[in-house]
Design a protein around this ligand. Sequence first.
Ligand code: 13P
Ligand code: SF4
Length: 402
Amino acid sequence: MVANLRPPTIPITEIEQSAFCQTDEDLSARSLEEEFGAGVRWQKLPLSYMRMKPEELDQRIADARAKLGDRAVILGHHYQRDEIIKYADFRGDSFKLSQLAASQENAEFIIFCGVHFMAETADILSSPEQKVILPNLTAGCSMADMARIDDVLDCWDDLEGVLGADNGVIPITYMNSTAAIKALCGRNGGIVCTSSNATATFEWALARGNKILFLPDQHLGRNTALKFGIGVDEMIIWNPFKPLGGNTEQQIRDAKMILWQGHCSVHTRFTVEQIAQAREKFPDVHVVVHPECTMEVVLAADSNGSTEYIRDMVANAPAGSVIAVGTEVSMVNRLASENPDKKIFCLDSVVCPCSTMYRIHPAYVLWVLDGLNEGVVVNQITVDEETATQARVALDRMLAVV
Ligand code: 13P
Ligand code: SF4
């Protein structure tokens, strides 16, 4: 067993989280050079792209996109800025985008407007001839950064040390994790899940083992386990910075759920107090939140689900509905403008986008499109063959259970 004595580090993505928080509603893109002024550390581009004004970028993206035709497909996650989403051929949650990436056989290039783990998954699920591009290489995910493969391997060794090799622990990793962690799940009888199919993957896992190691989002893990009647007293947290994750051997033996100590810095901003305020102001309000929110928030809300679930729920609500949404603000603002017959608002009054999704600025999209039109592939995301093969096992299990 390896005692991990590294001091805790806060991912840079989490520190940056507040760089674009503001109290007015205006999140429209400025030139990349101006956005760098917030002190962020993003991928640098040639000055001509850095200085281009939003209107010019918009026109040039339209031209470059048209020139590329169906050689490329642009996928956009719901949290992308409006200036990016307007160019997405498809948009969706992590699950839908992974299915889309697997089904776009005719596109030579998949331009993934989302974050790194999504582009890695697209590379694993697409054909070997296709190239997946992430417009800004620094677009990661602070939650995914909280589970480093070395720490997860240490955890797995520790669990085997305490429980034995044939221990009935099924690893489930949330899509928001590196390909290396998905590969660990693939080779150890585990599975990948997203926020839209976590329940189905728990059913799958509990039919095969008696404990779940859930990575890296403790909140999605806890919220899903509760649906199976697993009590919080049967769950332990695995802190990668402490020996045995901060647990005794007996606690590990007794636990039904081992929750990695990770969280989303966007969704943990939502509170029960915000829900109470929304209900006080609008007695008929429906509160819908993402399951990355804390257990208390999910229990206080009226419903919860993935970004695609939230989008459908809002779209299908009758005219006049009042809906408070606990998820990323770029998406909530878009829902509000797409549903003018309803009152849609974000639970958090501070406008605070996901800082890593926000890193896909239009200048990066133009830069990659221009490159492709000139025969140059920039920012390709590739997962090595061995990792991809093992990760695909865990991803295929997920695609088969839903
Ligand atoms: P969805 O799968 O619901 O789109 O969630 C992805 C994500 O990163 C939410 O923070
Ligand atoms: Fe990661 Fe949270 Fe951003 Fe989703 S919203 S990409 S979990 S940091």
